[in-house]
Design a protein around this ligand. Structure first.
Ligand code: HC1
Length: 586
């Protein structure tokens, strides 16, 4: 340990800490616009400068290691003046059209300017002309707002391993963006929105569907239904000042009703259906291989996360046969809302508008895929991120935290705890194992509280195996088979796992991959700012929701039993294939 003083407070800190980390540990906030926890400091913004006794110049706290006996001042006059100058220079180049900016309420640059007492424009620098890149369905990029902090470059390259964004050119001409400043849709961007989640200003943000949703709600000729993704309920409250991990399922339902939706449903219903279909598909592939001794593409990959599907299409097209043919729960829901539910209420598909609330920006892109029109029209019409829903709730004047606990509508709002955990890394796999194990053996999944412990938590790649003992006679070919599974979250980890599989070092039967770190609870459309401690709290909330449910396995959801009896027949039936499955082209 080193003994140092920060603002005259004596503290003992680990020898390998930076000044920024030591200050945070001591409860002292040093502002920064470029630092991302867990990544090498960039030192790009220079906002975190501090005064170190004996040093001639101010030092960047993010990149300066502590030394024994160091005396640091984080808020001296000299520091405040330097920090103020840095922020004023950033503002002089920034297109600060705050009145119309999406980040009006939570812009880190604006907050810092207010904190530093900047009230007018001292320097008027040269500014880029506004040039909105709205070439993708999910994201928009406004280069004139970019402050070149490079957080987006870090997440796109180091976390996601995608590499769609780079710093280019020098001096005033420096820009951050796709190669040669081309539009985002001309490079291999998977539209995950992790860049938008870390952008401190409004330079990258989700494509706005708010006006379109209000227009649909105002149209008396439209029956407008909403589905809410599993991860929303553990994060939406943060937009209203509640602690990360506060469950707001019931208040969210009440808010959606108050906004005028005709029915409030749950993507979780379709997540349960996904388990029935994806679990049956896995058993079918295992039957082919182990019983019929035919070829089968194994491991089977999960297919619910659209950024992951796009990543596979761009980077590993030869592995597309491994991906489950199941559509994502969002898209299964859309197809059923415009067929099964439409029949029930006597409406045509085109009279129904399906709105999704998703933690994910890539869901906006997924809804527009040409494969996703099996109801005869576009199955999901609009996708709001968690942040957009919060803005709509605020705009509608609803006092969110005061709302009563509402209940989802039947039948597409009924779900099991297995569906809740889709939101967490490892959750789709655990949900699938709860059902597959019981279908094959007739007994519940062993393990405490139906959990598969090695698959939980934030480690990047996780593995587990399970022996199928005393199986039912119809599955005798699976007797004593060790089912091996793996889970990866964040596309950088996905790439490592795929390379391992291609090198013959990972002999798995089933693999879950989620695009975003932590799974959907860490999606690119979730409330800012998401770090690992926030992810962990959301994950705990989701497990709590699961454990509090009377039904915790997808195959025990009575609404699922009913839809098979009334409409679909059985998993993998012809109608299931038509509405719930799809095919991606290699
Ligand atoms: Fe997800 Fe999914 S869990 S992909 O992470 O399979 O976005 O929440 O809705 O579709 O159910 C996201 C979350 C979500 C789908 C489900």
């Amino acid at each position: 340990m080193y003994n140092i003083t920060i603002n005259s407070l004596p503290v003992s800190v680990d020898r390998n800490m930076t000044i920024l980390e030591a200050a945070r540990k001591t409860g002292i906030r040093i502002p920064t616009l470029c630092f991302l926890e867990g990544h090498a400091p960039l030192g790009a913004c220079r906002v975190c400068v501090v005064e170190v006794e004996g040093a001639k110049t101010l030092m960047p706290a993010c990149a300066t290691p502590v030394q024994d006996g160091m005396s640091i001042k984080t808020n001296s006059r000299r520091v405040r003046e330097a920090r103020r100058m840095v922020v004023e220079l950033l503002l002089s180049e920034h297109n600060g059209d705050c009145k119309y900016c999406d980040r009006g309420e939570d812009c880190e640059l604006k907050d810092l300017a207010i904190e530093l007492g900047i009230e007018d424009e001292r320097f008027s620098g040269e500014r880029l002309e506004p040039t909105l890149d709205d070439s993708t369905p999910a994201l928009t990029r406004e280069a004139s707002k970019c402050i070149k902090c490079r957080r987006c470059v870090t997440v796109c390259n180091e976390v996601q391993g995608v590499g769609a964004l780079f710093p280019q050119y020098r001096g005033f001409s420096a820009v951050i963006g796709p190669a040669f400043s081309r539009p985002l849709d001309s490079v291999a961007c998977v539209q995950c929105g992790q860049c938008a989640a870390v952008c401190p200003v409004g330079a990258i943000t989700e494509r706005n569907h708010i006006d379109a949703v209000w227009a649909a709600l105002d149209d008396p000729g439209k029956h407008v239904v909403v589905q809410t993704a599993p991860a929303i309920r553990a994060a939406l409250g943060e937009e209203f000042g509640l602690e990360p991990g506060t469950l707001v399922t019931g208040r969210m339902v009440s808010a959606l009703r108050a906004m005028g939706f005709d029915a409030v449903f749950d993507t979780n219903f379709a997540a349960d259906l996904t388990i029935m279909e994806e679990g049956s598909e896995l058993l079918m592939r295992l039957t082919r291989l182990l019983k019929n001794h035919e070829k089968a593409a194994l491991p089977q990959f999960s297919s619910c996360s659209p950024g992951w599907i796009k990543y596979l299409e761009y980077y590993y097209p030869e592995m597309i046969p491994n991906v489950s043919s199941c559509k994502s729960p969002q898209q299964m829901f859309g197809a059923l809302a415009k067929t099964y539910y439409a029949d029930k209420i006597g409406k045509k598909a085109e009279e129904i508008t399906v709105v999704s609330v998703m933690p994910c920006t890539a869901k906006k892109f997924e809804a527009l895929r040409p494969e996703m029109r099996d109801s005869g029209v576009q199955d999901v019409d609009y996708v709001l991120t968690t942040r957009e829903l919060a803005r709509m709730i605020k705009g509608s004047g609803v006092a969110f935290t005061e709302l009563p606990e509402g209940e989802m509508d039947a039948p597409l709002g009924l779900s099991s705890g297995a569906a809740d955990i889709f939101a967490n890394t490892g959750g789709v796999m655990e949900a699938a194992l709860r059902t597959v194990y019981e279908l094959v053996t007739g007994r519940p999944l062993p393990g405490e509280n139906l959990h598969v412990q090695p698959l939980a938590g934030l480690e990047g790649i996780k593995e587990a195996s399970l022996i199928l003992e005393n199986v039912k006679p119809e599955f005798d070919f699976l007797e004593e088979v060790e089912v091996r599974v793996a889970v990866a979250h964040g596309l950088g980890n996905a790439g490592k796992l795929l390379n391992r599989i291609q090198a013959g070092k990972g002999d798995y039967h089933f693999v879950e991959i989620m695009t975003c770190p932590g799974g959907c609870i860490g999606g690119g459309g979730q409330p800012r700012f998401t770090d690992d401690s926030v992810r962990q709290k959301r994950i705990e909330a989701i497990y709590k929701e699961d454990e509090g449910k009377p039904i915790r396995k997808s195959h025990e959801n009575p609404a699922i039993t009913r839809i098979y009896e009334e409409y679909l027949g059985e998993p993998l039936s012809e109608r299931s294939h038509h509405l719930l499955h799809t095919k991606y082209n290699a």
